[in-house]
Design a protein around this ligand. Structure first.
Ligand SMILES: Cc1cc2nc3c(=O)[nH]c(=O)nc-3n(C[C@H](O)[C@H](O)[C@H](O)COP(=O)(O)O)c2cc1C
Length: 204
């Protein structure tokens, strides 16, 4: 696929895992400063980047069925136009899905969680449960939810290591979010992660 190439992710950093765990706190007050494309690349890699020869990813996956699909709604990212993008882990690229700022619509679909409108980036975690159901039947529901949790935590801890903050958003109207992000077919939306730099109220 063509799309937008992301900078190569780094596999080393200066903040220890223990520090990221100790510092992680949900952030809902974002500075208007944009994120860099390097930061977005790093967050996506942490969430679902390819790290193994059989295309294994940073997060574990039941039976390596890889049901997760990741999207980002970019509101303020240097080097990325405003819009919605799908992440393609194998080529580490973004595919444009929509060219509008969907954050105000996401605010409405989440029962007016206004901070989403100010987050420079909203990551959306979707899944095709059928991929995992083929192997595991009904247990796939819990397996896919567990996997989404690992993905969100990976991205969240990576954010801390980059000096960013985030919050998981699980309260939203499923069908509305699906429409807003322009997603069709079997994909189901599971959660969002609003990401940005800490705003003034939160010590930034
Ligand atoms: C599955 C899940 C869904 C959540 N949904 C929301 C949400 O819709 N809005 C929100 O502001 N925070 C949401 N949160 C964040 C929690 O409110 C937060 O993690 C909790 O208050 C503990 O604070 P901490 O994350 O700073 O430790 C969610 C967290 C999880 C794990």
């Amino acid at each position: 696929m063509r799309g937008i190439a992301l900078p190569l992710p780094s596999t080393s950093g200066e903040v220890s895992l223990e520090e990221t765990l100790e510092k992680r706190r949900s952030l809902r007050s974002f500075s208007p400063d944009p994120l860099s494309l390097e930061e977005v690349s790093q967050l996506l890699w942490a969430a679902q980047g390819i790290t193994g020869q059989a295309k294994e990813r940073t997060a574990p996956s039941a039976g390596a069925t890889f049901p997760i699909e990741l999207y980002v709604a970019a509101g303020a990212v240097e080097g990325l136009p405003v819009g919605v993008f799908r992440y393609h882990p194998v080529v580490h690229r973004l595919e444009a899905v929509a060219a509008t700022d969907v954050r105000p619509d996401l605010v409405r679909a989440t029962g007016k969680q206004d901070f989403i409108g100010l987050a420079p980036l909203v990551m959306a975690v979707a899944a095709v449960r059928a991929r995992t159901r083929k192997e595991y039947g009904e247990r796939a529901v819990r397996y896919v939810d567990m996997e989404a949790g690992a993905v969100l935590q990976n991205a969240s801890l990576q954010g801390v290591a980059l000096g960013l903050g985030s919050v998981v958003v699980g309260a939203f109207k499923d069908e509305e979010v699906k429409q807003i992000l322009g997603i069709e077919g079997q994909e189901r939306f599971l959660a969002m992660l609003a990401v940005g730099r800490p705003g003034r109220q939160e010590g930034g």
